[in-house]
Design a protein around this ligand. Structure first.
Ligand code: CTP
Ligand code: K
Ligand code: MG
Length: 181
């Protein structure tokens, strides 16, 4: 595959993992997952991880995967490049995994004394990628190995932090997020 085709493929394949955290920002609120509980004097996860945000984020990413699968052939023909389709399990794995990775990062932030909203460079940009890829692998192993060969994984790990910084910066400027990370 040409480099540009690999990049387009990789970004398309990751779209269902990019959308959940942003949807959670818009939908968040309500009961925190940890129910306010603490561990060693700190919140287990904090008020930034809610049931509603997690559910809406997962649903948004899964729905997007189904939509991308519908329009994929037409977009693929228009661009003249191959694009992956998403079996239901793959879309759900990517979307739920993205939320799970972000929740895991909040757990680590609280354990290292960081308050809600504090930055954790590196972790903030890659938590959801690791979660999404692991869950997609567990949910749809053969789809995963076909969709994410090594060159695609490399593009994902390099391009995602860049996209993350840009989208969160925009969300911050629009007043949707309290911090630009
Ligand atoms: N959000 C949510 N549920 C999630 C993830 C995010 O409701 N599972 C919403 C919350 O309103 C959260 C906002 O999206 O405040 C921004 O998400 P994020 O930056 O991940 O959370 P923070 O509030 O910064 O908290 P943390 O320090 O734990 O990351
Ligand atoms: K986060
Ligand atoms: Mg934050």
């Amino acid at each position: 595959m040409e480099t540009v085709d690999t990049v387009v493929w990789a970004l398309w394949a990751m779209l269902p993992a990019y959308v959940p955290n942003n949807a959670a920002v818009l939908a968040g609120g309500g009961r925190p997952i940890d129910g306010g509980r603490t561990w060693s004097g700190r919140r287990v996860l904090g008020d930034g991880k809610t049931w509603r945000g997690t559910l809406v984020g997962t649903a948004a990413g899964t729905a997007l995967a189904l939509g991308l699968t519908q329009v994929g052939p037409a977009v693929s023909a228009a661009l003249g490049t191959d694009l992956p389709a998403f079996p239901f399990r793959a879309g759900l794995g990517l979307a739920f995994g993205a939320m799970l990775g972000d929740i895991g990062a909040s757990f680590l932030k609280r354990r290292t004394g960081r308050e809600r909203g504090a930055a954790f460079p590196g972790l903030d940009q890659l938590d959801f990628v690791v979660g999404a890829l692991l869950c997609a692998f567990v949910a749809a192993p053969s789809w995963f190995t076909e969709t994410f060969p090594l060159p695609v994984l490399v593009v994902v790990v390099v391009a995602t932090p860049v996209l993350h910084v840009v989208t969160n910066g925009i969300a911050y400027l629009l007043g949707l997020k309290n911090e630009p990370w």
